[in-house]
Design a protein around this ligand. Structure first.
Ligand SMILES: Cc1ncc(COP(=O)(O)O)c(C=O)c1O
Length: 459
């Protein structure tokens, strides 16, 4: 391993695939295409698409070697490769760290993968509500509860979908002091290489951190990482839950792209390239702000939050902003009051600057007001409502009903209501308004003859 670790060249998974693809011979094993491109299959190097071949039976196998190199590049004790996005790492982290039914403090800006683990683990959830903008975008949670009570864990999502992050050092320290295990969903922050990027939750001592690397880095869609560090995490528990939830036929194309990433991270100039991109993006922010555009990230920084330089949220009529840039490119997320762009090294930011133009489209007067998070009463635990018999009712008539499933606009995939919560008047109005004025679908809502229906707990 020392030789491997010392070699900047080494890509154990890619090496294995190259050797395998170069070998002539029949493939009497999965997958069915046998490494030969079928008709219209020119888009892919099929010979590299294998699954569990003999070479993987060695200990340590090429994927484990590559994971060790990745762990080293992130400075963690151990790292696992996911071919099921950040979703698998988030679910495995929570289920491995917390016993079924345990009490958890959970950041309400959670992605639905956190919700999935809450259902599976039957957890007793206490929420940490983040500040919310009138425009509907959340700010990061900044502090924990006064008392942790009997809780076993804390789950934080950091950064937000718009790249905002708070200093969670004191929160992690306080949780650890009370013997809680801290899981951070850092799906959008795997590329943070140091200033001017915010520090990773790994630097703040979080026990388990999930990364959705494909979101921001040059890896194939569906790649993710789970990192573990410190004495509180039992790696065997992670391995066990990984076996429960992960596919038994991981795609080696995806694994090879992770292998390439660990190699790239160890090359000279890797961090500098990202820092250079960050500086260019910060200059773009300044230029747009100078033209009068209202941008979420500098606004949040002025209020003490950190932000990902490569995330740009232009506040204003989202659909109109999207229309303005449509001829040049596609955006990540649009809401009634915002449009979010994910930037990357290598992109020509002038194209975006020119497409946005000199005359800013401005948000409504109230958009940047901080409003209380709409807390919903929950007479049932998530799992109880999930298992309870249900009925479908028109959304417009669902005030006072208990949600059976989460109601989640996607993107960003943050549930507005979860199973067991009573749907309030405000929530229903908001959902109806969202479904009329926005393009993003709401998961958990079904359209029947053009009308929105919702699944609620039957009396
Ligand atoms: C905060 C957050 N966590 C987890 C996920 C799940 O990531 P993936 O789609 O890679 O499974 C997402 C996806 O958007 C996300 O935004």
């Amino acid at each position: 391993m020392d030789n491997v670790r010392n070699s900047l060249q080494d890509t154990p998974v890619l090496n294995m695939l190259e050797a395998y693809a170069a070998r002539a011979g029949e493939r009497w094993h999965m997958p069915g295409h046998k490494g030969v491109a079928p008709d219209r299959g020119e888009f892919l190097e099929w010979a590299y698409d294998v699954t569990e071949i003999d070479e993987m039976l060695e200990t340590p196998n090429p994927v484990q070697l590559s994971e060790q190199l990745m762990a080293e590049s992130y400075g963690t004790d151990r790292t696992w490769y996911s071919v099921a996005g950040a979703t698998l790492p988030v679910m495995v982290a929570m289920l491995a760290a917390f016993k079924p039914g345990a009490r958890l403090w959970v950041d309400r800006t959670m992605h639905r993968s956190v919700f999935a683990a809450l259902v599976l683990g039957g957890y007793d959830v206490q929420w940490l509500y983040p500040p919310l903008l009138h425009a509907g975008l959340t700010l990061p949670v900044t502090s924990g509860p006064g008392e942790w009570g009997k809780a076993e864990g804390l789950v934080v999502t950091r950064p937000t979908y718009d790249g905002l992050a708070s200093d969670i050092g004191p929160l992690v320290e306080s949780a650890h002091h009370a013997n809680l295990i801290v899981v951070v969903d850092e799906a959008h922050g795997s590329h943070w290489v140091g200033f001017p990027y915010p520090p990773s939750a790994l630097r703040f001592g979080a026990d388990l951190v999930a990364h959705g690397v494909h979101k921001t880095q040059e890896t194939l869609t569906q790649t993710g990482l789970l990192h573990a560090q410190g004495p509180r995490v039992v790696a065997d528990e992670i391995d066990r839950w990984w076996r429960v939830l992960a596919t038994t036929s991981p795609s080696y194309l995806l694994l090879a792209s992770l292998d390439r990433l660990q190699w790239a991270r160890r090359q000279p100039g890797y961090a500098e390239r990202w820092i250079h991109a960050a500086r260019k993006a910060l200059a773009l922010r300044d230029e747009l702000a100078g033209r009068g555009w209202i941008l979420l990230q500098p606004w949040a920084e002025a209020r003490g939050f950190a932000s990902d330089p490569l995330r740009l949220t232009v506040m204003g009529p989202g659909a109109a902003i999207e229309d303005r840039v449509r001829l040049v490119g596609r955006v990540e997320k649009t809401t009634a009051e915002s449009c979010t762009f994910i930037l990357s090294p290598g992109q020509r930011l002038e194209k975006l600057r020119d497409a946005l133009g000199a005359s800013p489209l401005l948000p409504s007067a109230k958009a940047m007001e901080i409003v209380p998070y709409p807390e919903l009463k929950a007479p049932m635990r998530i799992r109880e409502a999930w298992e309870h018999p249900g009925r479908w009712v028109p959304l417009a008539k669902a005030v006072g009903c208990i949600a059976k499933d989460a109601l989640t606009p996607y993107p960003p995939g943050i549930p507005l209501a979860v199973s067991g919560e009573i749907l309030s008047h405000e929530m229903i109005d908001w959902l109806l308004d969202w479904s009329h004025t926005n393009r993003a679908p709401i998961q958990g809502i079904k359209r029947i003859n053009g009308e929105a229906w919702v699944w609620v707990v039957a009396e």
